[in-house]
Design a protein around this ligand. Structure first.
Ligand code: ADP
Length: 453
């Protein structure tokens, strides 16, 4: 009917900003490639948005790595200590997860590193490793300016951490001092990596074609193997050292912070940004990652409800109108509904305290989820396509990790679809779920560096 038609036209008008033509993604690719080059220049200007940190990781594993390593994983949802035993393709991992209390996340750096050292001490004692010489690989998933493989100065905190006195300091030094203060174990910090690098190293252990890593979890970031000749920030005297390559941590979550992505942002992206803890930062990440996707969907649903295009009667006080209350895992659940019963969608709507919804409401809710998640997957795909084209290798494996990629029912397929459309004809690629990048990857990085020493 006419009334329905106009209702759908109104909905379309509200969500159309999420339906981008291929040309928009191509434009994003051109811009990203420029930013990658800008970030690699030695003379950076204020307008440089991508950090493009050289990680000092010069080689991926060759599969022959051996030995016993400790790994730490800080910066995701959990803090973990791991014991990784490497023997060629055989890998044994034991790990324990520890809580980082909110008081420590917002306390001082000394408290944080003392807490970490204490957890290491307990772990080493529990595993009878007190007398062992243990090289340690540290997955520290915050933006760091690295000055060496085991020298990394924190650029700024993200993801809810705000420990005083750490920004600008070498986190390895801080951990080293905390270990000295506390434990009796013989731990040597050999490498710091971020989660993207760990993910890449872990997948590369079994696949020599793997030279790109991406995280699609709380945040979004990527790294790749770059030729040293292109890295103008690299010390010239070291240019001739073999191998002539280094993994670059792009920190591409910040892409768009200079406004260059504004042409593809919606009013909902702007609102998420305004109410975030870091306004006008991490523009690209905010359009993609798990920390924000649910909230974008919620804002669209809120708008549709307000315009009387969705849910006939909802209580103003219901959870749907609470910021941050619509979790990204709901998006995965809703999109996993494939029939007209909308079992998961109904569960979510119940949880959001929406009453009297119709099947048509469920359809609209699912539609909004598919649009927001597809844009995220396509934008991530555009980023990867930029890197694939840049590396220009016949076969490229991309290591992927993060709950968004892991659990969203269509993310993998959507990404593959879009990458096929965007990469140079003839280049083949594979997206490979990386297992335990932050543990195994950190240990492998330590092992590779000991091999190259
Ligand atoms: P981190 O990135 O913090 O190391 P994860 O990779 O587990 O850890 O990512 C956590 C993020 O993934 C959360 O922000 C959450 O929104 C999102 N997430 C968790 N479960 C799901 C799911 N089932 N589907 C989609 N996203 C999810």
């Amino acid at each position: 009917t006419n009334e329905q038609l106009s209702k759908y036209e109104k909905i379309e008008a509200i969500v159309k900003g999420f339906k981008l033509p291929a040309a928009a993604y191509k434009r994003a690719m051109t811009l990203l490639n420029q930013e990658l080059n800008n970030g690699l220049k030695s003379q950076k200007s204020n307008a440089t948005v991508l950090s493009m940190f050289p990680t000092f990781v010069r080689s991926t594993p060759d599969g022959s790595e051996k030995g016993e390593f400790l790994a730490l994983d800080l910066g995701g949802t959990n803090f973990r200590v791991l014991l990784v035993r490497l023997n060629g393709q055989e890998i044994d991992i034991q790990s324990k997860t520890y809580l980082i209390p909110q008081t420590i996340m917002l306390g001082t750096g000394t408290q944080l590193f003392d807490h970490i050292a204490e957890c290491i001490g307990k772990f080493v004692a529990e595993h009878d490793l007190i007398s062992h010489q243990l090289p340690l690989g540290f997955t520290f998933s915050f933006p760091c300016h690295q000055e060496g493989l085991a020298k990394a100065k924190l650029s700024h905190w993200t993801k809810g951490f705000r420990c005083e006195g750490v920004v600008g300091e070498d986190i390895c030094q801080l951990l080293h001092e905390a270990l000295k203060r506390r434990t009796n174990c013989k731990v040597e910090i050999v490498a710091v990596v971020n989660d993207a690098v760990g993910t890449l190293m872990s997948a590369a252990h079994g696949d020599r074609n793997c030279e790109i890593g991406i995280i699609l979890g709380t945040g979004c970031n990527a790294c790749y193997m770059e030729r040293l000749d292109n890295v103008h920030t690299w010390n010239k005297e070291e240019k001739d050292f073999q191998p002539k390559q280094v993994i670059i941590n792009t920190e591409w979550g910040a892409f768009g912070d200079n406004g260059c992505l504004d042409f593809m942002r919606t009013e909902f992206d702007r609102e998420v940004d305004t109410f975030s803890v870091n306004p006008s930062k991490q523009t690209h990440e905010k359009m993609i990652s798990g920390m924000y996707m649910g909230e974008i969907v919620r804002l669209v649903l809120e708008r549709l409800t307000h315009d009387q295009l969705l849910f006939r009667s909802v209580d103003r006080e219901c959870a749907l109108f609470e910021r941050g209350r619509f979790y990204t895992k709901y998006v995965s659940e809703i999109e996993s509904d494939t029939d007209e019963f909308f079992r998961h969608t109904k569960q979510v709507l119940d949880d959001m305290q929406v009453e009297n919804y119709t099947t048509e409401d469920c359809k609209i809710v699912k539609y909004v989820c598919t649009l927001v998640s597809a844009r995220a997957a396509f934008l991530a795909a555009a980023g990867l396509s930029t890197l694939i084209n840049r590396l220009n290798k016949q076969d490229m494996t991309i290591a992927v990790d993060g709950s968004l990629y892991r659990f969203h029912p269509r993310f993998h397929n959507l990404m593959c679809l879009k990458i096929k459309e965007l990469v140079k004809p003839g280049l083949k690629f594979r997206l490979s779920l990386s297992h335990d990048g932050s543990g195994k990857g950190a240990a492998l990085t330590a092992a590779v560096s000991l091999r190259l020493r």
